[in-house]
Design a protein around this ligand. Structure first.
Ligand code: PEP
Ligand code: MN
Length: 340
């Protein structure tokens, strides 16, 4: 339920409403605009108190949120959310951000070299996995904390924010020390303890859609993070499982306009995992920008044939450079910016 206060409501009046919300056993979510304050009262059957708040002088109106995800819904917040990452990177504004780097952090040199390639081509965020969710237990599992140190170092040198995946609650804590964005992978989209842990810390979270999850389930998972007090959530479409087997996954581009309609949260797309074939990643990346992505995340490796993870879908440096120029053109065509 959303309680909208009268224009210019005073701090003391806001307090009275929030205390009332707390007194009824709910957590108030306060969102202050220039002159309008709205208070979200989220939880089971909050609607039954609608009249209690409507009777208060300072309350302009009270609206029920129909969707099962409340804080993530457009009904809760009409304007697009812009997630502030470190180093002046804002996701969800006019500029489209390209996050790129290897699938896995393999060495210090790899992060420095790939970081440089990404930065020079116009990428703004460095990616790399330190904890890898691999289908086979015999495949490379990632360098763990040592890898995070290499990526942090590269990010510092290049003045680039970094993103890496957490698979466990303990890893969330570790990653929040080393990285600027915490990724929750497709396989963990419904790991509710992990979502809550990501919601209890302050770094922005990129939440990937599970490969068998609906858009509604993705938004409910985002709600877990938001309901813990972390409002910096970025949604990510990365391809879903269908009967089609000529590509690694099926990139659900339909999800973008639908997510934008249902939610105020920024949407980033991952064409690398979405199609899984290097030759076609660029084509799909252009489609991602055209359909309204606020950012894309792409795997790049200086020597993909030697990559310890996801080599077949990783772009070579020259391909990435050329792609960035093409993406800039598409971004302009849809009224956005990509390269500075
Ligand atoms: C990744 O980004 O390397 C990754 C494992 O992603 P996903 O969770 O989408 O498979
Ligand atoms: Mn990967």
């Amino acid at each position: 339920m959303i309680i909208t206060l009268r224009k210019g409501a005073k701090q003391k009046e806001i307090m009275v409403v929030t205390e009332k919300v707390k007194g009824l056993g709910y957590k108030p979510h306060i969102s202050k605009g220039e002159d309008i304050t709205i208070i979200g009262m989220i939880g089971d059957s909050a609607e039954k108190y609608k009249e209690v708040f409507e009777a208060m002088d300072v309350v302009e109106h009270v609206n029920e949120i129909q969707k099962p995800y409340k804080l993530a819904s457009r009904e809760f917040k009409r304007e697009n959310t812009v997630v502030k990452v470190s180093r002046n990177v804002d996701i969800g504004g006019k500029k489209i951000h390209v996050m790129a780097g290897p699938c896995a952090i393999e060495s210090r040199d790899l992060m420095n070299d790939t970081g440089k390639i990404v930065k020079e081509a116009g990428g703004t965020i460095l990616r790399g996995g330190a904890f890898k969710p691999r289908s086979s237990p015999y495949a490379f599992q990632g360098l763990g904390e040592e890898g995070l140190k290499y990526m942090e170092e590269a990010g510092e040198k290049l003045h680039m924010p970094t993103i890496s995946e957490a698979m466990t609650v303990e890893q969330v804590e570790l990653l929040s020390k080393y990285c600027d964005i915490i990724q929750i992978g497709a396989r963990n989209m419904q790991n509710y303890d992990l979502l809550k842990a990501a919601g209890r810390q302050k770094k922005p979270v990129l939440l990937k859609r599970g490969m068998a999850a609906t858009v509604k389930e993705l938004l409910l998972s985002a709600e877990y993070i938001l309901s813990q007090g972390n409002y910096d959530v970025i949604l990510c479409e990365r391809g879903i499982r269908t009967f089609e087997d000529s590509t690694r996954f099926t990139m659900d581009l339909n999800a973008v306009p639908v997510l934008k309609k249902f939610s105020h949260l920024p949407v980033v797309l991952d064409p690398s995992h979405g199609i899984g074939i290097r030759e076609h990643v660029g084509t799909m990346a252009k489609a991602c920008i055209a359909v309204g992505a606020d950012g894309i995340i792409i795997e790049v490796h200086p020597r993909p044939e030697e990559a310890l993870s996801d080599g077949p879908q990783s772009l070579m440096p020259e391909q990435f450079r050329r792609l960035m120029e093409d993406l800039d053109l598409v971004a302009k065509a849809v009224g956005r910016e990509l390269l500075d």
